[in-house]
Design a protein. Structure first.
Length: 417
């Protein structure tokens, strides 16, 4: 199994470009299945999660043509109504494919989706939403079977804000009969970006990016070309990289407006940042202040940026309190940081007290999930001595050729095959 070998302590300098947003790309591939015409998705990150969702779309009958950071998808017809069990087990976002198949074919069956082990991750909101739109849901032979001769518009209130839940219902409602209203919808920037593109293809979606989204069903949608927005989680991760290891790093092709809550807190930590329209210049921090953070749905502090932020404050002088109420397993990786020398006390699964500063020591560790994985890689870059990070499939799921991009900044990191 491949792993990363890192020698910590190098000062990093230079420029790094942010890739297209993973979480936007996954949903765009699913939305492409709504149309029988060709969709071209540009600024596509070359990462494992995208490989998996494209394999799933292909398995359902879509024609896929990959280029450099671009893909053409055309689902003239859908040939299967059962989502691949093997692939769905690797990717939670696979559930997003269910809606377009159900809308076009009147039925779909799928296993319980896999993905990051960061908590229970139920799918009740999806099932309830599909039911509201008229689908019958059955659990049969380890699969959910959903069927509806014709999906109907419905009023769906989300008792809990869910990003993929909102996107799944928004996409599915495009081809439903009548009007769908989503209330207490998620507002992450990937949602209005997708809605805007769907509208250019003939969908009628209003209010995406606000808590109430209205979708007027249409008979069909056209093909087109879309460019994915920059990955805001990768952007924030690189800000922390620069704060911990710079030098001076210019982060190109990003949208600082998408990480406002994060930037406010990183500046409280004392990190110097210069902001331009699509760029951030970040200097290594001599002294880091402790900061208390609570993660929140957008536009709050993204839970996906909590793990690298937690690493940052292991280097702060004093105690920081981190509260991550969104997933119950998001702080469990702090055990691994402790094994490298950090002093983090978990008060409960959602709350940690981080006492700093602590000198981290390199050792052999394994990525438990995507965001914890990149955090451990960053920990290796500041640790004394050598760090080996195993299970790097988890990192490759979301970060394109990360070792090559870090090497260009001066990092001592090798992928050992
Ligand atoms: C998405 C992102 C992920 C990010 C998360 C929160 C993708 C592919 N992934 O995940 O990177 O960490 O948003 O910003 O876009 N929930 C239920 N029932 C459901 C669905 C969700 O209770 O049916 C709960 C979850 O357990 C969690 C909360 O809702 O506590 C939010 O999860 P959700 O927004 O759905 O996360 P994802 O869309 O899976």
């Amino acid at each position: 199994m491949p792993y990363f070998e890192i020698t910590g302590g190098k000062k990093l300098n230079g420029e790094i470009e942010v890739k297209g947003a993973k979480n936007a790309a996954l949903k765009a591939v699913a939305a492409a299945l709504l149309s029988s015409e060709k969709w071209i998705i540009k600024n596509l990150p070359q990462i494992e999660d995208i490989n998996r969702i494209l394999e799933m779309a292909e398995d359902l009958g879509a024609k896929i043509k990959r280029g450099n950071n671009k893909v053409e998808i055309q689902a003239k017809s859908i040939k299967k109504t059962r989502l691949s069990e093997k692939l769905a087990g690797k990717l939670r976002a696979s559930i997003i494919l269910a809606g377009p198949v159900l809308a076009r074919m009147g039925k779909v069956s799928m296993p319980y989706p896999g993905g990051c082990v960061i908590g229970k991750r139920p799918i009740d909101l999806f099932l309830a939403g599909f039911q509201k739109m008229g689908a019958k849901v059955k659990w049969q032979d380890d699969h959910f079977s959903l069927s509806a001769r014709k999906l109907k518009g419905a009023k769906i209130f989300f008792p809990k804000i869910s990003v993929t839940g909102t996107e799944a219902m928004m996409i599915t409602a495009v081809l439903a009969e009548g009007e769908t209203i989503l209330e207490n919808a998620a507002m992450e920037p990937e949602i209005p970006a997708l809605a805007e593109f769907l509208n250019r293809c003939g969908a009628k979606i209003f209010g995406a990016g606000t808590p109430t989204i209205r979708i007027k069903g249409v008979k069909g949608i056209r093909g087109g070309q879309m460019k994915l927005i920059p990955d805001r989680i990768e952007t924030g991760t690189f800000v922390i990289l620069a704060a911990l290891c710079g030098g001076k790093i210019k982060i190109r092709n990003c949208n600082p407006d998408h990480i406002r809550a994060f930037l406010v807190n990183i500046q409280k930590a004392g990190v110097r940042i210069e902001e331009k329209k699509n760029e951030l210049v970040v200097w290594g921090a001599e002294k880091i202040n402790p900061v208390n953070v609570t993660t929140h749905e957008y536009p709050g502090f993204a839970t996906d940026l909590q793990p690298p932020f937690t690493l940052l404050v292991t280097q702060a002088r004093g105690t920081s309190q981190i509260h991550d109420p969104i997933f119950e397993g998001r702080l469990l990786f702090t055990d691994i940081l402790n094994s490298m020398g950090a002093n983090i006390v978990l008060n409960d699964p959602h709350r940690a007290a981080i006492h700093g500063p602590t000198r981290l020591r390199g050792r052999k560790i394994a990525s438990p999930d995507l965001r914890a994985g990149i955090t451990l890689l960053l920990a290796g870059l500041i640790a004394k001595g050598k760090t080996v990070v195993e299970n790097i499939y988890q990192i490759d799921r979301g970060y394109e050729k990360i070792e090559e991009r870090l090497q260009k900044l001066g990092a001592d990191i090798k992928r050992i095959m």
